[in-house]
Design a protein around this ligand. Structure first.
Ligand SMILES: [Zn+2]
Length: 346
């Protein structure tokens, strides 16, 4: 019994300074002049999660919600109502709830953040070079040495889609405090890529609603549709708020599966960027990003709950939130058709 008591004390002791349950905007965003943009976008991202939870749990169910779930989660011939009845959308609802419960509040100043919280960074100055040859850096914000490669944000094939990168850092060196080993896990980091930060600064529109209203927004939508990128109108809405919702689903606070009972299956931290089932893109390991790829993943991916399933794909969840916010807008309710076009709700 004594050991149990000791363990409990230990847990309590370590959880005390770590109960902030929040997100934090790093001062790098203030230095880049986009702190308020990030804050507004986080508020909008939580509204997307709210709208999705509301529509997923509504009783009676709305036919537009059923249609959307069919697009994003159901294989051909499967009735999305069945998925709901059989608990198939449970994981998705849990991820959205975790994001809302764990990340919702903002902490400012020097308040501590827990390992389940998320910090948003807008430049790379916290990385100090240790070994140039090995590309080894130390992250001064959490003391962890890592290989940092800006390619994460600038790779040739990924150029158009790497707007941000999320990591759940774990130290492989012992961290001691008063002679006691501390958790090697550090708060989740969302790194906005520098080119995206600059783009946010130079554009007048940043959020879902802004892009719909502006002439520039319409131009972006036209461009997205005209180029042979496979992008759809709804993807032109993939601005800062949807990007942040996407990145939050990668956080350990949003989803952690420690079930390693099955042989060869490791625990999973955060949702994944599931590879596109589309032959050509799959060769490059291109993630199922955007409306068209998410639709294909729903048709050809694993069954819900699986590793390569739509409910394990970050962008599917971000698209769900993004469309649900459109649908739930009381002044101008809209929805998305099978081709990803935004149309009025009847
Ligand atoms: Zn991702």
């Amino acid at each position: 019994m004594a050991w149990f008591y000791f363990l409990c004390c230990l847990c309590l002791y370590f959880s005390l300074p770590a109960v902030s349950l929040a997100y934090k905007i790093d001062q790098s965003c203030t230095q880049k002049g986009i702190e308020q943009d990030v804050r507004n976008a986080m508020t909008s991202a939580f509204e997307m999660a709210d709208a999705a939870i509301k529509l997923l749990t509504a009783n009676p169910r709305n036919s537009d919600t059923i249609e959307l779930l069919g697009f994003l989660f159901a294989k051909d011939g499967v009735d999305p109502r069945q998925l709901l009845d059989n608990g198939g959308l449970e994981k998705t609802t849990q991820v959205l709830r975790a994001i809302n419960n764990l990340y919702r509040d903002e902490v400012t100043g020097n308040a501590p953040v827990s390992i389940n919280d998320v910090i948003i960074f807008c430049h790379y100055d916290r990385f100090k070079l240790i070994d140039k040859k090995k590309k080894l850096y130390r992250d001064l914000s959490n003391g962890i040495a890592l290989k940092f490669d800006e390619q994460q944000c600038r790779g040739s094939m990924m150029d158009r889609i790497s707007l941000a990168v999320t990591v759940n850092p774990i130290s492989d060196e012992d961290v001691l405090m008063n002679g006691v080993k501390m958790s090697p896990e550090k708060p989740t980091q969302i790194q906005l890529c520098l080119w995206f930060v600059d783009w946010i600064k130079d554009r007048r529109f940043k959020l879902h609603n802004d892009v719909a209203r502006s002439n520039i927004g319409r131009a972006v939508i036209k461009l997205a549709e005209s180029k042979n990128f496979g992008l759809r109108q709804i993807d032109a809405f993939s601005l800062l708020d949807k990007v942040l919702l996407h990145e939050m689903t990668h956080g350990r606070g949003a989803y952690t599966n420690t079930n390693t009972d099955v042989e060869n299956v490791e625990g999973q931290v955060g949702l994944a960027d599931v590879s596109s089932p589309n032959g050509f893109l799959a060769l490059f390991g291109w993630a199922a990003y955007g409306w068209k790829a998410a639709m294909e993943l729903a048709r050809k991916g694993d069954n819900l709950g699986g590793e390569n399933a739509p409910d394990n794909n970050a962008d599917t969840i971000a698209l769900l939130g993004s469309v649900c916010k459109l649908m739930d807008d009381p002044s101008n309710p809209r929805k998305v058709d099978v081709k990803g076009r935004i149309i009025p709700r009847k």
